[in-house]
Design a binder for this molecule. Structure first.
Ligand code: TXE
Length: 500
């Protein structure tokens, strides 16, 4: 087994994983990963170049024939072994997620659990990659479909779920017989290195998984543009998603895009307000708001507005902000200074165009100076302001007062995104009406906008993606294509559709 991370006197150093070997880039360029809560450097990584990506594609191409021929149930056993290893190492991996990405430890462990859940789920799909059979219109002829892998596929992931999102893509790509060139987020490479070690330990053959660390403009762009990579699975921002989709289109390769969101939670006049309060606290400020499914808009019925806002402000002001590895902390830092400045710019907009209800400042002094910590922030705003329309990706909630269900749905839908949505109501008719009316890939009834379960399709409409879904029953579709088969055993030429 290779060693992903070499302990050196100075710093942990990590190379790319290509053809089953840990190798450094010839470029001799490096980048570091740091703990967003403390600023401590965690490791340094060889910065991958286009040449490193091409080497990874060579290895993936070489490994593809044997991997394709490996029976899916056998491929699935390796995924199950990986799930078992991750279960044994859940504490260590969960702590690493919190240390490298900044989400609180309960969510760091949740990130790992989501990966374990998906591996267990998708391994089972190794025995359910069904095709179909149907009678031919001609005698002595058999018709069926079978699923086939795509070949070398490219996976590109963000930093906010540094173990769960890579596994969502990797598990599905591998069980279906593809080989992979993986470019993980430059902000959380250590998590990917650990995932790679897990799969190596689980017995994944050399060349099936190849990981190149680095940045989007060179390594990432090469994964997308290289014609030998037959499909792309991307999660990240809308603008980057557009660049990826445009580049891949030149080679007509399929692209699965999971992009941003501006997710509404509607609270109706008949809602269970205790439940709705718990929901918006978790949905808006869990992961410091850094989820594509985060609750960033609260559409609050006027009949309960004042009472609910009083309780919401009290609860938000009681949230503990600090080091995510401290179990008493509710909200950690944001991923880095660049993200923090971006969020503070949105907060500045909010102070100009809306009413600040609570929060709105960067926390400084003491340990807060080691990272970028932002007070959980609430604005009261009108529909149409910048903070109510654009994805902030931070601990900022925009509250909009609504007078009716119809107005709430109209505001919820008047947005470029369509990922997640939620409505709190005791009226079952209204709940099912909302399922029909809300323009989103996911709708929760009496639950927050976050908390997807791995065995159901995930993804969104409008600018959240390009029509695909991942996870659940959609996972197999993402990484296979259909072959239709006709077997004519009549021993004579038969012509479909031809008279006589
Ligand atoms: O994502 P990026 P970032 C949203 C959120 C956030 C914004 C930017 O709004 O503020 O995206 O976040 C790689 N060709 N989400 O900068 O830039 C890059 O190296 C190929 C929502 O983290 O999209 C990284 O591995 N690859 C999202 C990955 O793309 C390229 C979660 C994502 O980077 C590339 C994260 C290129 N030209 C951010 N440029 C969600 N849906 O959960 C970059 N990359």
């Amino acid at each position: 087994m290779g060693v992903a991370i070499r302990e050196t006197v100075e710093l942990q150093t990590c190379g790319h994983y290509i053809g089953g070997q840990w190798v450094y880039s010839a470029s001799d360029q490096w980048f570091q990963t740091a703990n967003p809560a403390t600023g401590e450097t965690l490791a340094q990584f060889s910065r991958g170049t286009e040449d490193d990506v091409r080497r990874a594609i060579d290895a993936a191409e070489a490994a593809f024939p044997a991997w394709k021929r490996t029976p899916a149930p056998k491929r699935a056993l390796i995924l199950l072994k990986a799930a078992m290893i991750m279960t044994e190492r859940k504490d260590e991996l969960g702590a690493l997620v919190s240390a490298e990405m900044g989400k609180v430890i309960a969510e760091g462990r949740g990130d790992v659990q989501e990966a374990i859940d998906f591996l267990e789920y998708i391994a089972g799909e190794g025995r359910r990659m069904y095709g179909e059979t149907t009678p031919s219109e001609l005698p002595d002829k058999f018709c069926m479909t079978v699923r086939q892998p795509l070949g070398v596929v490219g996976c590109i992931t963000p930093w906010n779920f540094p173990i769960a999102i890579p596994i969502w893509k990797l598990g599905a790509a591998l069980v279906t017989g593809n080989t992979v060139v993986f470019k993980p987020a430059e902000q959380t490479p250590l998590c990917m290195a650990k995932i790679t070690e897990v799969f190596e330990e689980a017995g994944l053959p050399a060349g099936v998984l190849n990981v190149v660390y680095g940045f989007g403009e060179d390594a990432g762009a090469e994964v997308v543009a290289n014609p030998r990579v037959k499909a792309i699975s991307f999660t990240g921002g809308v603008e980057t998603g557009r660049i990826v989709y445009t580049s891949a289109a030149k080679h007509l390769k399929p692209v699965e895009l999971e992009l941003g969101g501006k997710n509404p939670q509607i609270v109706m006049d008949d809602a269970n307000l205790d439940l709705a309060l718990d929901g918006v606290l978790f949905g808006a400020f869990g992961t410091a708001g850094q989820r594509c499914t985060a609750t960033s808009r609260l559409l609050l019925h006027e009949a309960v507005y004042d009472a609910f806002m009083d309780r919401l402000v009290t609860a938000v002001e009681a949230l503990r902000v600090g080091n995510p590895l401290d179990p008493g902390v509710d909200v950690g830092p944001v991923i880095n200074d660049e993200a923090g400045e971006r969020i503070m710019d949105f907060i500045a907009s909010g102070k100009r165009e809306a009413t600040l209800i609570t929060g709105g400042e960067r926390l400084t002094g003491g340990d807060y100076d080691q990272g970028f910590y932002i007070q959980p922030t609430i604005f009261a705003t009108e529909h149409g302001t910048r903070i109510s329309q654009q994805e902030i990706f931070g601990p900022v909630l925009s509250v909009i007062k609504v007078r009716s269900y119809e107005e709430a749905v109209a505001i919820a839908n008047d947005i470029e995104y369509g990922l997640s949505s939620s409505i709190y109501t005791k009226d079952v008719n209204r709940a099912f009406q909302a399922v029909q009316d809300l323009e989103a890939g996911i709708t929760y009834i009496n639950a927050p906008t976050i908390g997807a379960e791995v065995h159901l399709p995930f993804g969104g409409t409008k600018n959240t993606g390009n029509g695909g879904r991942e996870a659940g029953s959609a996972a197999i579709d993402e990484f296979t294509e259909i072959k239709t088969v006709f077997v004519d055993y009549s021993n004579r030429l038969q012509k479909a559709q031809i008279d006589g």
